[in-house]
Design a protein around this ligand. Structure first.
Ligand code: FES
Ligand code: FES
Length: 169
């Protein structure tokens, strides 16, 4: 019987924020650790490492995922989007990021990357998103600083702006 060597490193190739990248991962290495330590992509934060706090949320092949519940080797060949890829240009924020800034929707910022990724996915996939749907997504994230109201306001304002831009286009 073939035995798995827990220390053996495997090459993982993925498209990260539009760029083809590769790194080495042991079989049990978490995607969050792989991104942060192997690829130096530290925008994805790690809080609980148990799938509870939402800080490590990103997108894999278009769907929201917890990177602390995903093994690095599982994303070989996948498309992964993280907070580093949200801004359309180095000197410009996305509509959602700009709305967070304007509405003071972050304080320490620890939860922010994960919340932005979840909300960005929701707004992208749900053209006429409503407040209940935004609250539902936020219920998967812990924020110890803001009290959530400013985040909700930011998401609602971003949804309105995106909807207006879509209708004007
Ligand atoms: S670090 Fe992944 S959900 Fe908390
Ligand atoms: S802004 Fe500090 S945890 Fe959310």
């Amino acid at each position: 019987m073939r035995r798995l060597n827990a220390d053996q490193r495997h090459t993982v190739t993925l498209t990260l924020n539009g760029q083809l990248v590769e790194g080495q991962a042991t079989p049990r290495m978490l995607l969050s650790d792989f991104l942060r330590h192997e690829l130096a992509a530290t925008g994805t934060h790690v809080g609980c490492e148990h799938g509870v706090c939402g800080a490590c949320t990103l997108r894999i092949d278009g769907s929201m995922a917890r990177s602390c519940l995903t093994l690095a080797v599982q994303v070989d060949g996948a498309v992964v989007d993280t907070v580093e890829g949200l801004a359309p240009a180095p000197d410009r924020l996305s509509v959602l990021q700009e709305s967070f800034r304007k509405n003071h929707a972050l304080q320490c910022g620890f939860c922010t990357a994960g919340i932005l990724m979840s909300l960005d996915t929701l707004l992208r996939d749900t053209p006429d998103v409503n407040e209940d749907q935004i609250r539902d997504v936020l219920s998967g994230h812990l924020c110890r600083c803001t009290g959530y109201q400013a985040i909700l306001n930011a998401a609602l304002e971003a949804a309105e702006t995106i909807s207006k831009e879509t209708k004007d286009a």
